[in-house]
Design a protein around this ligand. Sequence first.
Ligand code: SAM
Length: 362
Amino acid sequence: MATEAEEAQRDALAERLFGAALGAYELMTVHLGDRLGYYRALSEDGEVTSAELAAATGTDERYAREWLEQQAVAGIIEVDDVEAAAEERRYTLPAGHAEALVDRDSLAHVTPMARYGVSFAQTIPAVEEAFRTGGGVGWEEFGRLGRESQGDVNRPIFSNLLGSEWLPSIEDVHERLQTDPPARVADVACGAGWSSIAIARAYPKVTVEGLDLDEESVALARQNLAGTGVADRVSFEARDAGDPELAGSYQLVTVFEALHDMSRPVEVLRALRGLVAEDGAVVVMDERVADTFTAPGDEIERIMYTYSVLCCLPVGRSERPSAATGTVMRTDTLRSYATDAGFSEVEVLPIEHDVFRLYRLR
Ligand SMILES: C[S@@+](CC[C@H](N)C(=O)[O-])C[C@H]1O[C@@H](n2cnc3c(N)ncnc32)[C@H](O)[C@@H]1O
């Protein structure tokens, strides 16, 4: 028979996971609102009825009505008169919520996380299989949703912080990026390309070459580049960063949130060492995880482990041999990779961010 303490423990967990389930399901409805253009229409059109929302987005009125009611019940949107007939109720999206839901450059933008959740859910059967066989799940299996959510999750960080705060805080790099002859930047594992675009925007002289193993990501990056005003100085190419044939001499080599995903991080770092010019720098951004394993962990540790189980570890193991790093790449792990690749120092840069830590490798 369960003791009182065990019953309390049971109830606390059941309650917590009920809240988690509610959050997960609501997140999927946020994803629908994002994909169907509902939030955008609400933010542009002001007060709408279900028929007006359906007409503005080319969707079905009955479904739009159910979604509006669900979002109002969830407290994401507001309804003018709960007692009005269902078809006559008018719904609005509060301005603060609109920023979080539709402004792709806001640091509060959250819809990409919903998209990521859906992409993880779609890939679960392959991950389950990998758990049984010890195999992996390629990044390409996370599909367009995975690529787009990854790109959009980091886009506000790159467009708001990278060029205006983070790189300027590394004095010699900041100076070199502004002087002649124009600096060359290699943005390794550039994904959707937003970091490359942000660097080119911040430093009008530099040229940025983004490379990524995944051809579809390169295609997305090229698409994202169009109309940014820096297309003449940014290029994207599908390349393996671990390729020993990689050549060039760059004043800045960057790897943003990607080293832990790589099957062969040491080979990649060795190749990057060969790319950096004498007056250049290698800067790595990865997760701000704790220095040692602690359980239970804080929210950052918890979310990083979910990413690891659902995505990054299976991705890293999709090629063999694999370092099988996972999302939780601690500073000491990076140090050992960098040492094996021939670097003599890993400096933790004094840049404050809740999620990311930046390193300079020498
Ligand atoms: C989590 S995404 C990060 C993308 C981007 N840097 C960002 O911050 O949004 C990891 C990226 O690493 C790329 N990648 C993994 N191994 C690679 C390798 N050996 N060479 C080049 N790119 C690689 C993947 O294709 C993927 O686009």
